[in-house]
Write a protein that binds this ligand. Structure first.
Ligand SMILES: Cc1cc2nc3c(=O)[nH]c(=O)nc-3n(C[C@H](O)[C@H](O)[C@H](O)COP(=O)(O)O)c2cc1C
Length: 402
């Protein structure tokens, strides 16, 4: 018999108080039958629709419904329940739990447990179509999406309230089951692989307080680090100065200058299966650097510059098995220039991005990008959320390393 991807996995199932709560029993049962350990957390209102004993019976696990009683009477608590979780799915998710999660409220077992989760969270909203369409609900869903929480949209169909063909229906168990399996399958796709990522801009000192540098928030590289980590990779993130918190479980090497970044890349190159260069490396640096702050009165009339090493080219010359992916920020002839760089630097993939518009690139969450691979083949420039582009880059790497 074929082994299910669910075998050995831990799924936390949050159940809130909607009419579809009873359907979550079927989901809990099927997940358990396919080998997952299913830990259920219910809101008090969910227990009015279906008893916790039902979930306990189908999952063979204690169920958390009351923060103050269950934690002491059983082996689970809001803190321990998520510890080994591979995924946390809230199904059904009421308008109420969506609103509470969006605001970080923690006033019952489910909302409190959601705040302790470090795994991927997926919400499956189901409700009356007016509740779904309400601006407050839509706003809260956007808040959650921007935070990286995945939302399985409800289906259009007959609702319990009697509405025909309205949006708000809980999807079929098989659909949710396949979604979870798809996620867990992808999560395995980079297991055992090491991905080296550079992010942020470099700073090239003029003196001990001033520098020239490139604009870069580091968001793109950090998003790729997070996406690769989620798929099970060992991730080494070589980061210039940013304001970002590195993703959990990623090894970070902090650098400032292009030369330090080159050294850090070379030090880690041999263990990498793929290298993704998103960093905005300064092409040049001041030829002379003062170790002390240059006084205003001694201001030089000009600063002589010299070329920095080209890190991408250095990798191409040193690499053996590694896939090398570059990012080219361009303002003119974006695709042509990026294609030239791809060829010159013998890259496997180039992500060309147009940084001419203030809404894209640098500090934005969005990027206008195109993939150029296989030595010249071009895609077209499209708007991506950086987290979405990160997923695509990482999926591409996983498909090449498979
Ligand atoms: C019969 C009945 C069915 C309900 N179905 C839903 C539903 O499908 N989705 C929803 O968001 N709220 C539904 N509600 C409203 C929620 O139960 C209510 O907002 C509650 O406060 C949710 O609590 P919880 O999120 O803590 O479980 C329903 C209420 C009743 C009485």
């Amino acid at each position: 018999m074929v082994k299910s991807i669910l075998e050995g996995k831990t799924v936390v199932l949050g159940v809130s108080g909607g009419i579809a709560s009873y359907k979550a029993v079927d989901l809990a049962s099927k997940l358990t039958q396919e080998g997952a350990t299913v830990k259920v957390v219910m809101t008090a209102n969910a227990t009015k629709f279906v008893g916790s004993i039902t979930f306990q019976a189908v999952t063979h696990q204690p169920v958390l419904t009351n923060l103050f009683e269950d934690s002491f009477q059983s082996a689970i608590s809001h803190v321990s329940i998520c510890k080994d979780a591979d995924i946390f799915i809230v199904a059904p998710a009421t308008a109420n739990i969506i609103a509470k999660a969006a605001h970080g409220l923690a006033d019952d077992a489910l909302s409190t447990t959601l705040l302790t989760a470090s795994c991927t969270i997926v919400m499956v909203p189901a409700m009356n179509s007016q509740m779904w369409l309400n601006k407050a609900t839509q706003h809260n869903l956007n808040v959650l999406k921007n935070r990286g929480i995945q939302i399985i949209e409800p289906e259009v169909g007959r609702l319990a309230c009697g509405d025909e063909q309205a949006k708000g229906r809980f999807p079929e168990t098989e659909f949710i089951l396949n979604y979870i399996k798809g996620f867990l399958g992808k999560a395995q796709s980079l297991r055992g692989k090491t991905i080296l990522i550079t992010a942020g801009g470099t700073r090239e000192p003029i003196d001990s307080v001033r520098f020239i540098g490139n604009r870069s928030s580091g968001k793109m590289g950090y998003a790729i680090a997070e996406a690769a980590k989620t798929k099970g990779a060992n991730v080494i993130l070589i980061s210039g100065p940013t304001n970002l918190q590195p993703p959990f479980g990623v090894s970070v090497v902090y650098v400032e200058t292009a030369q330090q970044m080159l050294q850090a890349v070379i030090n880690n190159l041999s263990q990498a299966d793929a290298v993704v260069m998103t960093a905005a490396v300064s092409d040049f640096r001041p030829a002379m650097k003062s170790n002390k702050k240059i006084k205003k009165e001694s201001m030089p009339s000009s600063i002589e510059l010299e070329l920095n090493p080209d890190i991408l080219e250095a990798i191409s010359n040193k690499k053996d098995k590694q896939l090398v992916i570059g990012f080219a920020a361009e303002t003119d002839n974006v695709l042509e220039n990026a294609t030239k760089k791809l060829k010159k630097k013998k890259l496997d993939l180039m992500v060309a991005n147009n940084v001419s518009y203030p809404d894209f690139g640098f500090d934005s969450d969005f990027i206008l990008a195109a993939f150029i691979s296989d030595y010249g083949q071009q895609g077209s420039l499209e708007k991506y959320r950086k987290t979405e582009l990160a997923e695509k880059v990482v999926e591409w790497i996983a498909s090449k390393l498979a």
